[in-house]
Design a protein around this ligand. Structure first.
Ligand SMILES: NC(=O)c1ccc[n+]([C@@H]2O[C@H](COP(=O)([O-])OP(=O)(O)OC[C@H]3O[C@@H](n4cnc5c(N)ncnc54)[C@H](O)[C@@H]3O)[C@@H](O)[C@H]2O)c1
Length: 468
């Protein structure tokens, strides 16, 4: 594999294959569309995939509205534990939808084909398994599980059901990721040595202090049901319902929330299935609002050599109190170049290495020798490596710049992948299935374990098990 990449690079040397790709090349192809993956069209006006939304909070709205843009989808039911969100669901999606606190009501409906699971992390596995067992296709928000050990049962349920299951980290279908993958696979950056990736944020919303209702009627919020899947059964506390991410009892911290997106992107581009060792540090520096989750986590992971990739290091960070104002970036650094990815964009920078040995009249040892010796060195060098035949210095190649078309929505593409798989009744059309979901979630959750236990966590990405 590596040899063929080297050959590819050798063939590129001297060619003009690395001209800058103008974004208009892509815009032209997809002008006017906010998605790049073609949806499979319904066969008739009545050919609908009926949907139920479970968890009508922020991302529930985003996901369902996105799903409803895919041709041939219809919402028939919404479940949530806070009644005013059910009121809002009818305001947004119409009075004829069923609303219920108990998600099992929507799973009982034979006309529901698929569910969108948009509840806090600690409920994901339970609802996903129940939905698969009820014969529903499942779109489950990331991270797939709250604890690594929960993953195997979700994988087993997906397998047994034969239904389509997709985790909701949209980077698996994002155009910038899929385009970057092509360049990576062509060997454009040489051999990957490390990847650094961060999601840094600065403000209160970035740090999950989402708006709470001005008053909350205890009777309108089903705290007892909410607690059913919690590790620790806690007394009623409004913040722990509306700002659940801040508490380990319900959320998975910055690592589970955001490393998982970065790892999904990384695994999609490289085809890697996970690191073998995860080491991380966690601190709570700024957002001391009662939360027990860290606001800064830095993770180091080592990815082993596989058939697709050399061994490489993955350095990742989420800082919710970033004085620079925030940064979202993944850089894949290889021996010959780097792909710098933002969210829906990237820049590929490459260098061409010299084929003559280097010397310099600047920072090099040459000037430390007597003048006559320096002159003799240069004379011999010029004879052996004539400037018109040899490249003597490292050269930068033209950059390749990719920007997704204006108005592009990676979440919509991810939804299209989900519904295409449903329409074709082919779960394998989904790349981010339960196995992929666990392989992205587990290193993220292991980063929490490492920070808490102050030791590296060993992970078997093939068998998907934490090792002693
Ligand atoms: N893919 C992405 O880009 C993305 C972005 C944000 C959030 N998410 C994920 O989506 C999930 C939800 O996040 P959010 O920001 O929308 O949270 P949120 O708090 O805004 O919404 C969660 C909703 O789930 C409801 N709920 C809780 N337990 C329930 C249960 N057992 N049955 C029915 N409803 C229940 C709550 O009442 C609430 O309305 C999380 O897992 C999060 O990680 C993904």
């Amino acid at each position: 594999m590596y040899a063929s990449r080297r050959n590819f690079l050798q063939k590129l040397a001297g060619s003009s294959a690395l001209a800058t790709v103008a974004p208009s090349m892509f815009n032209g192809l997809y002008a006017g569309n906010k998605y790049l993956i073609e949806p499979i069209r319904p066969r008739s006006a009545n050919d609908k995939v009926n949907l139920a939304l479970i968890g009508a909070g922020i991302i529930g709205h985003y996901d369902l509205n996105c799903a409803l843009k895919v041709p041939g989808t219809k919402v028939v039911a919404v479940s949530d534990l806070y009644d005013p969100r059910l009121v809002r669901a009818k305001e947004v999606w119409g009075n004829d939808i069923q609303t219920t606190r108990d998600y099992r009501d929507v799973l009982k409906r034979p006309d529901v084909d698929a569910v969108l699971i948009c509840v806090p992390d600690f409920w994901h596995d339970r609802i996903a398994i129940d939905a698969l067992n009820a014969g529903k296709h499942v779109y489950c928000e990331k991270p797939m599980v709250h604890h690594i050990e929960e993953g195997a049962a979700v994988i087993a349920a997906q397998k047994k059901s034969g239904k389509v299951f997709q985790v909701g980290s949209q980077r698996a279908s994002a155009s910038a990721i899929l385009e970057a993958k092509k360049y990576y696979e062509q060997g454009m950056i040489g051999e990957l040595t490390y990847v650094d990736a961060c999601v840094d944020r600065a403000d209160a919303l970035g740090a999950w202090q989402y708006t709470m209702p001005p008053t909350v009627d205890r009777n309108e919020l089903d705290w007892d049901r909410y607690m059913q899947m919690a590790d620790q059964k806690k007394p009623y506390k409004v913040e722990e319902f509306f700002r659940w991410r801040n508490y380990k009892n319900y959320g998975t911290g910055v690592a589970g929330d955001l490393f998982v997106h970065l790892i999904t992107g990384l695994h999609t581009i490289t085809g890697a299935i996970g690191p073998t060792r995860i080491y991380s540090l966690g601190d709570l520096n700024y957002w001391k609002d009662g939360r027990d989750a860290y606001d800064l986590v830095t993770g180091l992971m080592d990815y082993p050599k596989t058939a697709n990739n050399p061994s490489f290091q993955f350095m990742t960070r989420v800082n919710l109190a970033d004085g620079r104002g925030g940064l979202n970036q993944t850089r894949l650094v290889g021996t010959d170049g780097v792909i710098e990815i933002g969210w829906n964009d990237f820049v590929l920078k490459r260098l061409k290495r010299p084929n003559a040995p280097m010397y310099s009249t600047g920072y090099d040892a040459l000037f430390t020798y007597p003048k006559a010796m320096q002159d003799e060195f240069v004379k011999q060098y010029d004879q052996k490596y004539p400037a018109d035949q040899y490249q003597r210095m490292v050269k930068q190649e033209p950059e390749v710049v990719y920007n997704a078309p204006e108005g592009y929505d990676d979440r919509l593409d991810h939804m299209i992948v989900f519904f295409n798989a449903i329409r074709e009744n082919k779960p394998s059309m989904v790349k981010e299935d339960a196995v992929f979901g666990l392989r992205a979630a587990a290193p993220s959750l292991a980063a929490n374990l490492s920070a808490e236990q102050r030791k590296p966590i060993n992970w078997d990405p093939v068998g998907m098990k934490v090792l002693a």
